[in-house]
Design a protein around this ligand. Structure first.
Ligand SMILES: [Zn+2]
Length: 458
């Protein structure tokens, strides 16, 4: 698991330059979060679990498999919201407090209801122009595929004013809440998911209506809960044909694992260990493995990881976890073996590929950089928004004696994290050595175009 930290400075500089991220920071300030830092969590296993949980909901909503992007924000608040079109932001506080897959599915179904109901667009937000870092990412992806002229969308986005963006995250109206609830209940019924999950969530936020606005969960402020809303949902749940439907054991298992992994990576290790002190079983073992690693207690951590792998020897995510831990304690060769095995089992997991490439490079063995480069290029193409893989890819290019490509990828990484001045500097450094008109040259030109547009917006 990786914490992709957007430092306060990056967020602020993004906020100055890109309306996309103004929307994001506005959203966060509306939610009264500390403005110091915004941390997204990237994790192959958790992202796959969320895909499993939501696939049927998005299908029922008539949305394509990849039409909606889910972001996990590391923040203890109970919160979820839509921003920038079809992006759903889920806070770890919510993922922790909603204890059933049905509950979490209901939250995502409700946010999906806001998307399909076009509730943000009604606020006169040009939603597709507010696609956040993903927007820049898609431009980079397009240019990586050597499609020229794809900078146009970005230029349009930058010319929007801040006032437009700040309206994006106002509280929904009662009518919009009712419509999102109705849509969510319909999606859940179509998908065969017990809608009682929605009551679980409403019960968590219920009662806070009596608190002052300041002490309410941010979720309650943007998604107001009236007694009418509550009784509507309760009535509909009571009559629902899907009431009592069980999600598959498999789904429940992955949901448990997701919550365990988040808890173990976020909460203080000593506290996690205390909680699982008298527990056996796979979930407790997983928590112990992560907590010991973070203490750090290498021997105990690896013993727990070995237990997990004995239970599930072909689990790519346990192999990945083993690889991550080994790499973090400097056992690069062992890490590369584990990551390699994980990638064999899950060849399309770009975050695992990125870890494998990183481990290969860390071995420092001659010739390994070629293999690393091959794997990392594929991972970067498959995950156009990821800055971490680009950092490692740049190292691989440098190790392979391709400094211009290292500069280009570094420029893209800065562009993705909103540091447009740095992005421009590295793009200019790369350009003279790139073949004019070639794919890499076009990618550098795209960076310059986006950075020029950002300057005009200032
Ligand atoms: Zn809502």
């Amino acid at each position: 698991m990786r914490f992709a930290i957007k430092a306060a400075q990056a967020v602020r500089s993004l906020a100055r330059r890109s309306v996309a991220v103004i929307a994001l920071s506005a959203a966060l300030s509306m939610a009264a979060l500390p403005s110091s830092a915004l941390t997204f969590i990237r994790d192959a296993e958790i992202e796959r679990t969320l895909k499993l949980l939501t696939a049927e909901i998005f299908k029922s909503a008539g949305l394509g498999e990849n039409a909606v992007t889910l972001y996990i924000v590391q923040d203890p608040s109970f919160n979820a919201f839509v921003a920038g079109g079809a992006n759903i932001f889920l806070f770890t506080g919510l993922l922790d407090q909603v204890k059933t897959p049905e509950g979490l599915i209901s939250v995502i179904a409700h946010e999906t209801g806001h998307i399909t109901g076009n509730h943000l667009a009604r606020r006169k937000i040009v939603s597709e122009n507010l696609a956040g870092p993903a927007m820049i990412a898609s431009i980079l992806a397009a240019s990586a595929a050597a499609v020229a002229g794809s900078g146009g969308a970005a230029v349009g986005a930058y010319s929007l004013g801040q006032s437009t963006a700040t309206r994006a995250l106002l509280a929904y109206s009662r009518g919009e809440e009712a419509s999102a609830d109705q849509a969510a209940l319909t999606f859940m019924e179509k998908a065969g998911v017990d809608p009682s999950g929605m009551l679980e969530v409403l019960n968590i936020v219920r009662g806070q209506e009596f608190f002052s606005t300041q002490s309410q969960d941010p979720y309650l402020r943007t998604h107001p809960l009236s007694s009418e809303r509550y009784s509507f949902v309760a009535d509909r749940v009571a009559q629902s044909p899907a009431k009592g439907e069980q999600v598959s054991d498999d789904l429940r298992y992955w949901h448990d694992r997701m919550r365990a992994k988040l808890e173990a990576f976020i909460d203080p290790p000593s506290l996690v260990l205390q909680r699982v002190d008298d527990q056996d079983g796979e979930i407790a073992t997983l928590k112990r493995a992560v907590a010991y690693h973070r203490l750090p207690d290498r021997a105990k951590s690896m013993a727990e990881v070995d237990r997990l792998l004995a239970l599930r020897p072909d689990d790519p995510f346990y192999l990945e976890l083993a690889g991550q831990f080994m790499l973090e304690v400097g056992r690069a060769q062992d890490a590369a073996v584990k990551y390699g095995a994980a990638l064999n089992l899950a060849p399309n997991e770009t975050l695992i590929a990125a870890g494998y490439g990183k481990a290969l490079l860390a071995t420092g063995e001659p010739g390994k950089e070629k293999e690393a480069l091959r794997v990392l290029e594929r991972a970067a193409a498959g995950d156009p928004a990821d800055t971490g893989v680009r950092q490692t890819l740049a190292q691989a290019y440098a190790a392979d004696g391709q400094p211009a490509m290292a500069s280009l990828v570094t420029a893209e990484r800065y562009a993705l994290s909103g540091s447009m001045e740095e992005a421009e500097r590295f793009a200019r450094r790369a350009l003279p050595s790139l073949l004019e008109g070639g794919p890499a040259w076009l990618r550098a030109q795209d960076i310059l175009r986006v950075s020029e547009a950002a300057k005009k917006d200032k």
